[in-house]
Design a protein around this ligand. Structure first.
Ligand code: MG
Ligand code: MG
Length: 260
């Protein structure tokens, strides 16, 4: 069941999103060689709680941290640890915030120091595919219009598109209907309506599509060990526009909600 949000609920989700994007922006600034996922996670926890919210991932299905930190071949759901990041790696940082029962969700993949041109392009194209998906997330379109935009952009580069995990409704719970896949499959394809809030999150690999879960029962990695990228925004579908709720000041595309 897809829950349409009223104005008051949208305001609550906006509040969660503002805290989330501010903290994520600060976490991104702290990524550099020698810093660990654990360091980033502790910082995020302290800032989110300082701002009066709660990290929604912490304790969710027993997840032990506030951030998912997914390095290199890790696609999503990496558990932060004390391993120091090294120049040339990429780190996916996924964060969820809840305040007064309102949820928001956003992720970004950041280069650590200088990375190869091949990796830079993977990050650029994956982020671009997120914005192409967001541009299709409007009243009258359907979920698969979003999926198709992400898929076409990334497959045109020969990248792997992760299928078993996808975007989702969000706002009153951490995960809600509908599913927002990054490919066009045979699943539900609801029409987008005013009041829908969805997290769009391309997960794209330099190699093949296939992924598997590590023995920690969380970390999803590429089966072929190739580097993976993940970008995510929570967006609200409104009558006359689509609002990117988790937009950060430093977003490379800088697409303001009015422009979508
Ligand atoms: Mg997320
Ligand atoms: Mg999500």
């Amino acid at each position: 069941m897809i829950r349409l949000k009223n104005e008051q609920q949208l305001d609550g989700i906006r509040r969660a999103s503002r805290i989330l994007s501010a903290v994520l922006d600060e976490v991104i600034q702290r990524v550099e060689p020698g810093v660990s996922g654990h360091d980033l996670d502790r910082y995020a926890y302290e800032r989110i709680t300082e701002l009066g919210a709660r990290p929604s991932f912490l304790g969710y299905m027993n997840f032990p941290a506030s951030l998912c930190v997914s390095v290199d071949r890790a696609v999503i759901h990496g558990i932060p640890d004390k391993t120091k990041l090294r120049a040339g790696q990429v780190v996916g940082i996924d964060c969820g915030v809840v305040i007064d029962g309102y949820y928001s969700d956003s992720a970004v993949t950041v280069p650590v120091g200088a990375v190869s041109a091949e990796i830079r392009k993977l990050l650029q194209v994956t982020e671009e595919s997120l914005y192409l998906g967001i541009a299709e997330a409007k009243v009258g379109n359907r979920i698969h219009d979003v999926s198709r935009a992400v898929y076409r952009r990334t497959k045109s580069e020969g990248y792997g598109v992760v299928r078993p995990y996808c975007g989702h409704g969000v706002g009153l719970e951490i995960h809600e209907d509908p599913q927002v896949p990054n490919y066009v499959g045979k699943g539900p394809n609801p029409r987008l309506k005013p009041g829908m809030v969805i997290a769009i999150e391309p997960m794209i690999n330099l190699g093949g599509d296939d992924v598997r879960v590590l023995d920690d029962d969380w970390t999803v990695v590429t089966s072929d060990g190739s580097i993976s990228a993940h970008f995510e925004h929570t967006v609200a579908i409104l009558e006359d526009r689509t609002e990117i709720l988790t937009l950060r000041p430093g977003d490379s595309h800088g697409v303001r909600s009015e422009a979508v």
